[in-house]
Design a binder for this molecule. Structure first.
Ligand code: SF4
Ligand code: SF4
Length: 394
C-alpha cells in the first residue's frame, strides 16, 4: 500500500454478498468459516459497510474476526454518506461501527458510494475535519472514499482531500465507465492506494457466459475460467493495490486464492491481452445497448441517469435473473443510496438534447422507452420501497 508500508494481500474479502440462508439472512457459521479460511490462506484485507446485508454484515464481521482474527487483518468499512445530515452524524456512525465491529479502530475507512453531488454535500457538512480528527485520535488509520460517479467528479474528489486510498469499480468492460482506467491511473499517480470492486461486474462476467464469449475464451492456449481471465486482467495493472471479491462459495474462494498467487502486474502476454480485447468487443456486440458509460450525454435536464439505465438494461440480457435485475434497477436508480433522487428512464421527456452528444450515436430516447417497458412496470414502486428498506438506517 503506497504511503504507509502496509503489506496488503492482493485479494480482499468483500462482505457484501456473504453465504446466505434460503430466507436471505447470513449463514453465519458457513460465512465465518469462509472468512477465517481465506485469512488462514493469506487474505488480510476484509471489507464491509453499514448497509450490507441490511445492516447485519458489520456485526457479523465483528463476530467472525473474534479469536484473534481481528489482529491478522486490515479492516475496512464505510461512512454511509447518503444518511449523513450533520457533522455530528459522522462521529455517531463511526462510533456505532466500532461497536458493531468490536474494535477500537478501523484500518481503512471510506466515505461510501460517492458521486459528485453527494461529495459536495458531505464536504459542506465537514467531512474533511471529521476524517482529520478520526485519523489523529486513532479511530481510523487510513481515510478513503468509494466511488460510483462520473470521471470528472472522481478527479475533483481525489484533489479535494489528502486521501490515503480510494475504491473504484473496474473490470475489462468498465475501462471508460465511472472512474475507469483514467481514474485508476490518476489516483495511483497521486499516491493513493486503489482498491478494486466489481472485478467480475457483480459476477456477470463469470456466471452466465454467452456461448459466443465462451467460444473466444476457448481459443486461448492456456485454459482459464472467465472469472480467472477477468481477475488476471485487473491484476495485470500495476496501479491496483487490492481486488475485492464477494466470496460465498468454497470453490470460488479456492479459485481466487490460487489465481491471486499466480497473478502479477504485467504478467499477461500481448496475445492474452488481445484475447481479452476480443472478448470485450464481443460483449459490446452482444450487449443490448452499445453504451460505453462515457457520460458525454449527461446531465439530462430531466434527471435521467442515462448510462446507469443502460448498464442495468444490458445486465438484464447478460444474466438469467430478470427479477433480480428489476430489483437492482429500482435500487440503483430509485435513490435508495446517493441523494434520494429518482433517475429512472421514465423521467425522459424526449427532448432529444442528449442524442447529438453521444459518440456512439445511440438513439437514447427510443432505447429508454424499452428500458421503461422491460425494467419498470407496475411493481416499480414496491421494489423501490424494498430497496430503501435494505439501505435504511439500522
Ligand atoms: S431525450 Fe430524454 S434522456 Fe435525453 S436529455 Fe432529453 S429527457 Fe434526458
Ligand atoms: S449513452 Fe452515449 S454518451 Fe451516454 S454514456 Fe452511453 S455511450 Fe456515452
Amino acid at each position: 500500500m503506497p504511503g504507509n508500508g502496509d503489506e496488503l494481500s492482493i485479494l480482499g474479502f468483500g462482505c457484501m454478498r456473504l453465504a446466505s440462508k434460503p430466507d436471505g439472512s447470513i449463514d453465519e457459521e458457513r460465512a465465518a468459516r469462509q472468512v477465517r479460511y481465506a485469512v488462514d490462506h493469506g487474505v488480510n484485507y476484509v471489507d464491509t459497510a453499514w448497509p450490507y446485508h441490511g445492516g447485519q454484515s458489520e456485526p457479523f464481521v465483528g463476530r467472525a474476526l473474534a479469536d484473534g482474527y481481528r489482529d491478522r487483518v486490515k479492516l475496512a468499512t464505510k461512512l454511509p454518506s447518503w444518511l449523513i445530515e450533520s457533522r455530528e452524524d459522522m462521529d455517531r456512525y463511526l462510533g456505532a461501527q466500532l461497536a458493531k465491529l468490536r474494535t477500537d479502530h478501523i484500518d481503512y475507512y471510506l466515505v461510501h458510494a460517492l458521486v459528485g453531488d453527494l461529495w459536495d454535500k458531505v464536504e459542506a457538512l465537514g467531512v474533511a475535519d471529521f476524517l482529520d480528527r478520526a485519523r489523529a485520535d486513532g479511530r481510523i488509520r487510513n481515510a478513503g472514499f468509494s466511488f460510483h460517479g462520473a470521471g470528472q467528479d472522481f478527479r475533483r474528489i481525489v484533489d479535494a482531500y489528502d486521501w490515503d486510498f480510494c475504491q473504484i469499480q473496474y473490470n475489462f468492460l468498465d475501462e471508460q465507465n465511472q472512474a475507469g482506467t483514467a481514474g485508476l491511473e490518476y489516483a495511483a499517480s497521486n499516491g493513493l492506494g486503489v482498491i478494486i470492486m466489481e472485478p467480475l461486474r457483480g459476477g456477470n462476467l463469470a456466471k452466465t457466459v454467452p456461448p459466443a464469449i465462451q467460444e473466444i475464451w476457448d481459443k486461448a492456449p492456456v485454459k482459464r475460467t472467465p472469472a480467472e481471465w477477468a481477475l488476471r486482467w485487473v491484476w495485470n495493472h500495476p496501479e491496483v493495490t487490492v481486488v475485492l471479491s464477494g466470496m460465498n462459495e468454497e470453490t470460488h474462494i479456492n479459485e481466487n486464492l490460487r489465481v491471486a498467487d499466480q497473478a502479477f502486474p504485467h504478467s499477461l502476454t500481448e496475445a492474452e491481452l488481445d484475447l481479452v480485447k476480443r472478448v470485450e468487443r464481443k460483449y459490446r456486440e452482444i450487449l443490448k445497448v452499445a453504451c460505453t458509460g462515457c457520460r458525454y450525454c449527461m446531465p439530462c435536464p430531466s434527471g435521467v441517469n442515462i448510462p446507469l439505465c443502460f448498464e442495468e438494461y444490458n445486465n438484464l440480457y447478460l444474466v438469467d435473473n430478470p427479477e433480480g435485475e428489476k430489483f437492482m434497477y429500482a435500487a440503483r436508480l430509485g435513490g435508495a443510496v446517493a441523494l434520494g433522487k429518482p433517475e429512472f428512464a421514465s423521467l425522459c421527456v424526449q427532448c432529444g438534447e442528449c442524442v447529438e452528444k453521444c459518440p456512439q450515436h445511440l438513439d437514447i430516447p427510443t432505447i429508454l422507452e424499452s428500458v421503461v417497458e422491460e425494467l419498470e412496470g407496475p411493481d416499480l414502486e414496491k421494489r423501490v420501497t424494498m430497496a430503501k428498506e435494505a439501505f435504511k438506517k439500522n
